[in-house]
Each structure stands twice: as C-alpha cells, then as structure tokens.
Design a binder for this molecule. Structure first.
Ligand SMILES: Cc1cc2nc3c(=O)[nH]c(=O)nc-3n(C[C@H](O)[C@H](O)[C@H](O)COP(=O)(O)O)c2cc1C
Length: 374
C-alpha cells in the first residue's frame, strides 16, 4: 500500500522541535488503510476506554501516531435524557481526524435516537460504534454491552434501526462470545454483514473471562480468515515487538491498542520503528512533554476548568506514564499526597528530569487495569 505523505507532513504537532523531529519520520511511515468506507491513517487504532478516551486523550494519541480512535462508551439513555455530562462526552475537537463515537444501550429505538444526536454535533464522528463487549453487571443486567451477544436473533432489527437513523457508517465492538461454550462471534459477524455494518473490532476474550487469562489470538485469526467483514483484532498488545510481530502475521485488517498506550504513549510510533534495537526510542523528557501537552488539551477542552478537576484527570495519566521509570512507586505515593495540580506538575517535572537519559522498562508480568467496559 502506498504511504500517503499528505496528512503526516501537514500534521501540526504540539511538541518541541526536537520531539517533533523524532516523531515526524515515524508518522510518515504509517500506511493509511480503509475499513469498508472508513479511512484511517494507519492500521493501529486506539481502543475505546471509559473515562479515558475523551477528546483530549484521543487528540494526543492521534498526534502520537494512532491511526484513529473511538470514544469511551456513552449511554444512549443519558443522551436521550439530555444529561449535560453525557452530551459533553459527544464533543469532538476539530483537530481530531478519525474518531468514532461509541454508544451503549439495549433498546433499538433509543439507540437510534441517541445515535442521531451523536451525529448532530458540531464535529460529526466518522462512524458510530455499538458497544457489544462491556462485561460490567450494571450494563449487562439491562441487556446492553456483551449481553447483546446472547441472543443473536434480535440483532438484525437492532442494527437496522440504528443504521437507518444515521448519516455515517455503523460499526460494532464485540467479545468472542458470552463464555467459552458460546463463542458466537462468527454468527454475529454474518448478521452484521447482512445489515451493512462497516467493520467489527473483536476483543479476544469472552464476557465470562472478563480480563483474566490471555486474549485468544488463534480464535481471532480464524475469525479474520473467514473474511466476513473487515476485522480489527484486539487484546494484550503491549509492546512494539508484540505489535510488529502481530502485524506481520495477522489476517486482521487492523489492530486496536488499549492499555498499552496508557503506560507507553509512544507505542503507536515505536511500532513504526524498523528495528526494535532502537528501543527505548523515547526518553523521560519526551514523556514529560506529552504529559504537559495533555494538560493543555484538557484545559482547552473545558472552559474555566476547576483545578481539582484537572488534577483528577491528569494524575492517573501521569502515574501510568511514569510506570517503568526508576522510583515510579515512590513517585506514585507522593502524587497521591499532593492535592494541587501545579505542585503535581512540578513534581512530575522533577521526576522525569531526574531520570537522566533512561527509558521506560515495564514489567509486563504484573497485571494492569483488569477491569473495563469492553
Ligand atoms: C479501563 C478500561 C476501560 C474500557 N472501556 C471500554 C469502553 O468504554 N468500550 C469498549 O468497547 N471497551 C472498553 N474497554 C476494553 C478495551 O477497549 C479493550 O478491548 C481491552 O482493554 C483489551 O485491549 P488491551 O489489552 O489492548 O487493553 C476498556 C478497557 C479498560 C482497561
């Protein structure tokens, strides 16, 4: 596939010249793809994550090489009740290029109405995605999230109602099935294809598995081989080596990365390196810059943001990105005792400056974020 220079060369980057100079050649190596009618800058996409994939973080991840992003899951009921906080979640920054809005709910008509509202924003999403993977009891007990996989006979009407209501493509994100004995992703894909769903992302675990064990890539590859719909494989791709190896072997058209980029925000870019001998490619100073840009993006996204609010949003990202640097544990304890955003950012600067030229080295045998909404 030909590499398009157009988007990457003109892409404005918010970092210092030296970091921009490191990033730009890697951005230019990306190979744009299309999944159905939806174009992305590369086959490596940011997975939807609740309370995380808000506009500022999505924007940052696009700056750092994500080929496209998906919002956190958003309740169709919250939208229909015109809940202010929920409506706020629908906003897309004009600089975001390829973003889908993910909705959850169990009722076709209510989902259709909410999807219309999501498309009626100042910046329209590139696609609407249905959450069919959330394992959380509160969502599943009402029939939403992964519970939608339980009765595929209802899916055709469900998809039809939503698709007919919106002017952009409809996509789905599922798990492999409800449990090991009921892995029905292939059946769901056939129905989705009949109803004109554009592409599907599959997290390679069942609902019962939650986040335990490993994503079943053998199953995902078999599913991709069946060639029913453009398929995005997802689960446990945490390092540039893992991403590169999977990209070389996979039958999936694209891959989605979730938890990996939370700790290593450069994961998309490092996956473009020709040799992983260059790793770690980005230094502690580069991480600090990324953190400061994220703070700017969050400030920009909310007028007159309360310092406490900024602190709550930033602290988790700082702690995740500090993982694998020397003294991360003590730094984390210190941040939890620091109630001010300015002091937090000052301590963060001291922490990353103190790393000299060292890079990040994460112990992937330790579990990380073992609950989520998909
Ligand atoms: C904190 C957290 C929140 C998540 N929220 C969502 C969500 O809102 N919608 C969704 O479809 N999946 C959600 N997921 C699932 C991820 O999109 C992804 O499928 C899963 O984490 C496996 O990919 P990974 O191993 O690359 O993280 C969430 C996962 C985590 C860890």
């Amino acid at each position: 596939m030909e590499i398009s220079k157009e988007n990457t060369q003109t892409q404005e980057l918010p970092f210092s010249k030296s970091l921009n100079d490191k990033i730009r050649p890697l951005l230019e190596r990306r190979k744009p793809i299309s999944l159905g009618s939806v174009g992305f800058q590369s086959p490596l996409l940011l997975a939807p994550m609740s309370m995380i994939c808000k506009s500022p973080f999505r924007r940052l991840m696009e700056d750092l090489g994500a080929g496209g992003t998906v919002s956190e899951l958003i309740s169709c009921h919250g939208i229909n009740y015109k809940n202010e906080k929920t409506l706020d979640m629908l906003k897309i920054h004009p600089k975001e290029k390829s973003v889908g809005i993910q909705l959850f709910g169990e009722d076709a008509q209510k989902m259709a109405l909410a999807a219309q509202v999501a498309c009626d924003q100042e910046v329209m999403p590139k696609f609407i995605d249905i959450n069919m993977g959330c394992p959380v009891r509160k969502v599943v007990s009402k029939g939403g999230g992964s519970a939608l996989l339980k009765d595929p006979t209802k899916l055709a009407d469900f998809f039809k109602a939503i698709k007919n209501a919106i002017p952009v493509p409809l996509t789905i994100k599922i798990r492999t099935g409800w449990d090991q004995d009921n892995r029905n992703a292939d059946e769901v894909l056939h129905i989705a294809k009949e109803e004109g769903i554009e592409f599907v992302a599959v997290h390679g675990r069942t609902r019962t598995q939650q986040y335990k064990g490993h994503a079943d890539w053998e199953y995902l590859e078999t599913l991709a081989n069946n060639n029913i719909l453009p398929l995005i494989g997802n689960g446990d791709l945490n390092t540039a080596q893992q991403v590169q190896t999977r990209l070389q072997q996979t039958n999936c058209q694209a891959l989605m990365l979730g938890r990996g980029p939370l700790r290593n925000p450069f994961l998309f870019l490092e996956s473009e390196l020709q040799t992983t001998e260059d790793l770690p490619y980005f230094t502690a100073r580069d991480y600090l810059e990324v953190i400061l840009v994220l703070a700017d993006y969050i400030r920009e996204s909310q007028q007159e943001i309360a310092p406490r609010h900024l602190l709550v949003q930033m602290r988790k990202h700082i702690i995740w990105m500090a993982a694998g640097f020397k003294g991360a544990g003590l730094f984390r304890d210190l941040l939890f005792k620091t109630p001010e955003i300015d002091e937090t950012l000052k301590l963060t600067q001291d922490f990353f400056f103190s790393q000299a030229d060292s890079g990040q080295s994460i112990d992937f045998s330790e579990s990380f974020m073992t609950s989520g909404h998909g």
